[in-house]
Ligand binder design. Structure first.
Ligand code: NAD
Ligand code: TYD
Length: 357
């Protein structure tokens, strides 16, 4: 495989760190540059196992800073971008929508402008060798399903939260840069991920933390909302397959065909935690606490990933029960990571180590 220099944005976050790890280990001939602002969600401890590899470089910076992004592209002459940097938590988007517009919309357009300025016309003039802009997005752009049906790549966008509205907007800009300027752009829309290094504000890691510490598990509304959960490493594998094989201008849905109501998921998690913590069966479930529903709470997400499976041969590798147990094991083994993240201590070290370029 050809040598390539690839920019990954948001590589210190949950999914980004799994993607960076996969690429750094699998493609020693690629130079992986991880650009991350290290917001509350970015944590370089997520990448400690690969941080000294010769094909990995970390740069601290903000995608909202257009001058910095233009300079970065001019300096590095990237052969591709995999863009994950985003504000990603729906509840935060409800209290601070503008931050989501800045990072998710303006940040994405800044990257598109920098890529367009450097890449178009393609240096080689050959479509097959065009540098690629891969935009990582979410199924939440499609809105909410009723009891039946699934999101396909042609489902009309219908976002409801400021988070999903900002992601939908960024998707539209990526498509517009392909259609208008001929940028080689690809988008994937993935369902809810779970696994290691997941920030404990999201349902699964938050619940693991609370169960472990005997704190209430907040369930929004009646717990009847449905999400389609995918093992994060399967998402990273899907991005790898799509990045290397998709045709320019295409979109793929990624999902695990794995729908759970929140309450059923939490009951399963409580059962696993009882076993792991040597508690009596039913003890952790006593922590379940129904709270006020999230505003505009989407009822159901379900992804049809047939196109990805048929065209590119990707399939999820793990059953949910197995993946959830592995996730619990990881959090219980990596107590220090969890405690540092919840106390905010992980920020102090990195604030000293890294300053903006
Ligand atoms: P995350 O919140 O864990 O990580 C986001 C990363 O982006 C962090 O490292 C953060 O420091 C960085 N970042 C934020 N603002 C930045 C800025 N202005 N400049 C540079 N870096 C910045 O998010 P995640 O869950 O890993 O999600 C990654 C991507 O995948 C997002 O685009 C998200 O929309 C998408 N996605 C997430 C899920 C999911 O279930 N988590 C599902 C589908 C798609
Ligand atoms: P979350 O992990 O925030 O992901 P998303 O909103 O992107 O789907 O939430 C997953 C589901 O769990 C969602 O239906 C909201 C619900 N939820 C709770 O019931 N309690 C919580 O404390 C959180 C964070 C989420």
């Amino acid at each position: 495989m050809k040598n390539k220099k690839i920019l990954v944005t948001g590589g210190a976050g949950f999914i980004g760190s799994h993607l960076v790890r996969l690429f750094v280990n699998k493609y020693p001939n690629y130079q992986i540059v991880n650009l991350d602002k290290l917001t509350y969600a970015g944590n370089l401890a997520n990448l400690r196992d690969i941080e000294n590899k010769p094909n990995y470089q970390f740069i601290k910076g903000d995608i909202v800073d257009a001058a910095f992004i233009n300079e970065l592209f001019a300096e590095h002459k990237f052969d591709g971008v995999i863009h994950l940097a985003a504000e990603s938590h729906v509840d935060r988007s409800i209290s601070n929508p503008l931050e989501f517009v800045m990072t998710n919309v303006i940040g994405t357009v800044n990257l598109l402008n920098a890529a367009k300025a450097i890449w178009i016309p393609y240096p080689s003039g050959k479509d097959a060798e065009a540098p690629r802009f891969y935009h990582v997005s979410t199924d939440e752009v499609y809105g909410s399903l009723g009891e039946t049906g699934m999101f396909t790549e042609t489902t009309a966008y219908d976002p409801h939260s400021p988070y999903s509205a900002s992601k939908a907007s960024s998707d539209h800009f990526v498509r517009a840069y392909h259609d208008t300027y001929g940028l080689d752009a690809v988008i994937s829309n993935c369902s809810n991920n779970y696994g290691s290094f997941h920030f404990p504000e999201k349902l699964i890691p938050l619940s693991i933390y609370n169960i472990k510490n005997n704190k209430p598990i907040p369930i929004y509304g009646k717990g009847e909302n449905i999400r389609d959960w995918l093992w994060v490493e399967d998402h990273a594998r899907a991005i790898d397959v799509i990045y290397h094989n998709a045709k320019a201008g295409t979109t793929y849905n990624i999902g695990g065909h794995n729908e759970w109501t929140n309450i059923d998921l939490i009951r399963l998690l409580c059962k696993i935690m009882d076993k792991k913590l040597n508690r009596n069966e039913g003890e952790s479930a006593k922590l379940i606490n129904y709270v006020k529903d999230r505003a505009g709470h989407d009822l159901r997400y379900a992804i049809d990933s047939t196109k990805l499976q048929n065209e590119l041969g990707w399939t999820p590798s793990l059953q949910f029960e197995e993946g959830l147990e592995k996730t619990v094991d990881w959090y219980l083994t990596n107590e220090e990571w969890l405690n540092n993240v919840t106390s905010g201590d992980y920020k102090k070290y990195y604030e000293i180590q890294y300053s903006k370029r």
